[in-house]
Design a protein around this ligand. Sequence first.
Ligand code: SF4
Ligand code: SF4
Length: 399
Amino acid sequence: MNVQPDLDFIKHLKGAGGDALKKCYQCATCSVRCPLSSDDNPFPRKEMIWSSWGMKDKLVADPDVYLCHNCGDCTTYCPRGAKPSEVLGAIRSYAYTMYGWPAGLAKLATSAKNLPVLIGIPVVVIFVMWLISGGMHIPSREEFGTYGYQHFFGHWEFKWYAKNIFFIVLIMASSLAIAGFSLYKGVTKMWKTMSDNADIGSAYRPSVIQFVSQFLWPSLVEIVKHNRFKECTTNTDRVRGHLPLMLAFIGLAIVTTYSLVKNDIVGLFWPAAHGPMYFFDPFKILANVSAIALLFGIYVLWVSRTKTEAAGESSRTFYDWFLIWQIAAVGVTGLGSELLRWLSLPAVGYIVYFCHLVAVMMLFLYLPYTKFAHIAYRTVAMAFEKYRDSSFGKPAVEQ
Ligand code: SF4
Ligand code: SF4
């Protein structure tokens, strides 16, 4: 076999946590110990040798890289301290950048030295929107007590659609649209490279309904139940943190959808639907419980990551910490805004709310290029695994 090592790729792996890569002597203890590896498709031993050879194209098209849940069992038992879980994490971070669109934004989100720009983009966008809206002001205590943050972007006398909602939807929907398009492009490309790599032909394809019912839906159920995560044995804190975090995001997505339907659809026909949710509104309770779960989950993951770094089992990388910081910022500023409203402190409340909008926009806009992208790439890899093992996944020559 003629191997053409990609030296830039090896350099990226070393800088992104895979610095102990060369210590691997291919004993395969990691593949035996990995609770998610199967007899038919064992990992991560093969990924270790491919990484040390710089086989970038093979690795970014390898579903096992995305099926890894980064539990660290392999790293704990590796007799050479080669940290295979870190190497797989570094490959994923490279793949998200490679598949990400637009390329400039994807590259920007890979380095701590770009943090001023990464924070500056949403700061400028939201500040300019605040200026354009004409709502730029600090409210009186009375106004703050009555409307909370509902007049952050000002108020107009058009009763059918609140000005605040218009501007927030404009900012967040645009960010999500860029992220959604980028993820769509990325996972489509990943699926094609995985199919080509596995020599899966296109003569017999599942219908959309078959694809969803047989491959995608079972994968989503598995993810929500955390079945695979629970198989990890050494770092059980990760599942204790990841599960409440995921449920928190689901809860917040439900509340956001409800709020959008109430304000943006029902509100168009029934203006009284606009307005803040009262404290004992079930959706308000769900929002607050989700926010607490989010903070609890991110705290557990923060402590867990700090411990594994202190024990030398993982490296301190921007890829891992950026997402932790982002989620913590969303949770702290979100709860902080609400607390400041209860305390009737409009000036500080508006500043914290501004920071909250910045944090949420960062989470949405950079989703496809950060560790957060695993929600799409891992889901697709799990669906691909089921597809590959089904009758649809037989090599083209056998069909
Ligand atoms: S990473 Fe460690 S456990 Fe895995 S093959 Fe290499 S030396 Fe063995
Ligand atoms: S980190 Fe966990 S899931 Fe990933 S390869 Fe290692 S043992 Fe397997």
